[in-house]
Design a protein around this ligand. Structure first.
Ligand code: HEC
Length: 505
């Protein structure tokens, strides 16, 4: 029954948008440059200059460089604005009323590539219908020189509180590509009759292109979990970045009709129960991460910072860093990765490159899953990174650029548990339980081990991932760590005990 309702909610078609107040608390925009960040940052040979361009935003999800040389951006609270990157002036273009923000809200946006002839903006947001079902809307607005007006609903698919994706891009042949999340409906991700866990492809009027791989369907490729990054490289290759479950965040090259494995395969096809699915399906990722980093917006860079030329720039939420993924000449493979700004600005949601090679990143510290250091003063922000000079040769030094796998208990907790249960173990009310004085945590060890190995679905619908992929030593270390830290006095868990529970199950 649930599935039937879900299928019925997938309706495409044209129509006008009805307004309805969503009533979410809004942040105020301060139209002046905040000077809390203004500093230098050294790469191998280049000095970067970093400055805050806008502040007091509200989880800025998407930024696009406009034809007017302003940054057009969306905030999760339904606002679309223009930002003058030189003066910090912000002009509001639109306040959507019918968005639904429990966790998400207004998400992605893309501008028409022929904006001078077609001053159109395509945006995607969550909406709740009168029957309480959540949908994800693709709506086209027209810029009248002052405001975004004349909304036209181009396409609508089922939505959910989370796991919606999303990201939008427009191809050279003027199709809109839309990365959608699995909506926690894993069973339909590999089914082309459903729009979840896909890259969808539509004409700019919302109709379905004739050369899509499944006739009459918007599906272009499938097998994604929660994609929030979508970007073309200089030579026109399309890449998508997605959130994994307990393991394996991924970047994939998107091609017509291909499948990328989820939910049968996470990351590379390397585990025993994944291998049955390998030969015929599933394109391997160009990059995967375990522990997960929660990748969000991504853009291609070929600007004036020499260390970062020909790279995908990828923002991360959980890891709070910018990943620089250098590509090979064909722009098909990732040849190296460097990590910058770790923990410096909090969660990073999107990146945007200016024609002169400056980079803008947006923070997302006011979203539903705030970081432990929430809120940094003046969050959320848009921050500019630009090349300011060269480091003298004698001072150049290589920087530490990679995380090693570790069995150190504190870093295991940080990598695998903290994103939900938080640094202080107190979780997020209504979503992730507090570990402090949890009887499950302090109780019988074999029950706890079995719980951690198998994972669990809470009554609120949130999932506790299965941690069977950790080694016995790692699982013992992290269990002992949380028992010591949050259930004072509870005894240590040994690797031997984990081995025994694994054997018995
Ligand atoms: C993706 C979010 C997420 C991550 C990551 C996560 N958990 Fe959980 N955890 C949950 C949820 C949701 C529950 C509630 C499950 C339920 O009620 O069945 C939970 C419950 C628990 C409980 C029981 C708490 C109680 O009293 O009910 C313990 C103990 C626990 N987690 C430990 C861990 C440890 C240790 C890690 C890291 C190895 C971890 N969790 C990682 C989401 C998460």
């Amino acid at each position: 029954m649930k599935n039937l309702l879900y299928a019925l909610a997938w309706i495409g078609g044209l129509g006008s948008v009805v307004s309805r107040s969503a009533g979410y608390q809004q942040a105020e925009n301060l139209p002046s440059i905040d000077s809390t960040i203004s500093e230098k940052y050294d790469l191998d040979s280049t000095v970067l200059s970093i400055s805050t361009v806008a502040s007091n935003l509200n989880a800025t999800w998407d930024m696009a460089w406009g034809p007017d040389n302003w940054i057009w951006f969306t905030d999760q609270d339904g606002k679309v604005s223009r930002l003058n990157p030189n003066t910090g002036q912000i002009i509001e273009l639109l306040q959507i009323r019918d968005y639904y923000r429990k966790r998400l809200g207004l998400m992605s946006m893309v501008l028409h590539p022929d904006f001078k002839i077609h001053p159109q903006v395509f945006i995607n947001y969550s909406h709740i219908q009168s029957d309480s079902s959540i949908v994800s809307r693709l709506v086209r607005y027209t810029y009248d020189g002052k405001r975004l007006t004349s909304p036209l609903l181009l396409y609508q698919i089922p939505g959910y509180l989370g796991h919606n994706g999303s990201r939008l891009v427009i191809s050279k042949d003027r199709k809109i590509l839309w990365a959608t999340g699995d909506l926690k409906h894993k069973e339909t991700v590999q089914n082309p009759n459903f729009p979840n866990g896909k890259v969808l492809r539509l004409n700019l009027d919302g109709t379905i292109p004739k050369d899509n791989p499944y006739p009459g369907s918007p599906v272009w490729s499938m097998g994604f979990r929660v994609p929030q990054g979508l970007a073309y490289t200089g030579n026109g290759n399309l890449f998508v970045a997605e959130h994994g479950d307990a393991t394996d965040d991924e970047v994939n090259q998107v091609t017509k009709g291909a499948s990328y494995g989820w939910p049968d395969i996470a990351g590379f096809c390397d585990l025993p129960d994944e291998q049955g699915h390998c030969p015929d399906s599933a394109v391997a990722p160009v990059k995967a991460w375990t522990p997960t980093i929660a990748p969000a917006g991504m853009d291609y860079y070929n600007g004036t910072i020499p260390e970062w030329k020909n790279a995908l720039l990828l923002t991360t939420l959980k890891d709070q860093s910018l990943r620089v993924l250098l590509l090979d000449v064909k722009q098909e493979k990732v040849v190296s990765e460097s990590i910058v700004f770790s923990g410096k600005f909090g969660r990073l949601r999107d990146v945007c490159v200016s024609p002169t090679g400056d980079i803008y990143i947006s923070t997302s510290n006011r979203d539903w899953n705030p970081p432990a250091n929430f809120l940094v003063k003046a969050d959320d922000r848009i921050i500019r990174i630009s090349r300011s000079g060269l480091i003298p040769k004698h001072k150049r030094m290589a920087k530490e650029q990679s995380h090693e796998e570790s069995s150190d208990a504190a870093s295991l907790y940080q990598s695998y548990c903290q994103s939900c249960h938080k640094e202080d173990g107190r979780g997020v009310a209504g979503s992730f339980p507090s570990l402090v004085s949890s009887s499950r945590l302090s109780g019988e060890k074999s029950t706890l081990i079995r719980f951690l190995l198998k994972g669990s679905q809470s009554p609120s619908g949130e999932a506790m991932p299965a941690f069977s992929f950790l080694s016995d030593t790692q699982l013992a270390a992290v269990s002992s760590y949380v028992r010591d830290k949050f259930a004072k006095g509870a005894s240590e868990v040994s690797a031997y005990e984990v081995t025994e529970v694994r054997k018995a199950n």
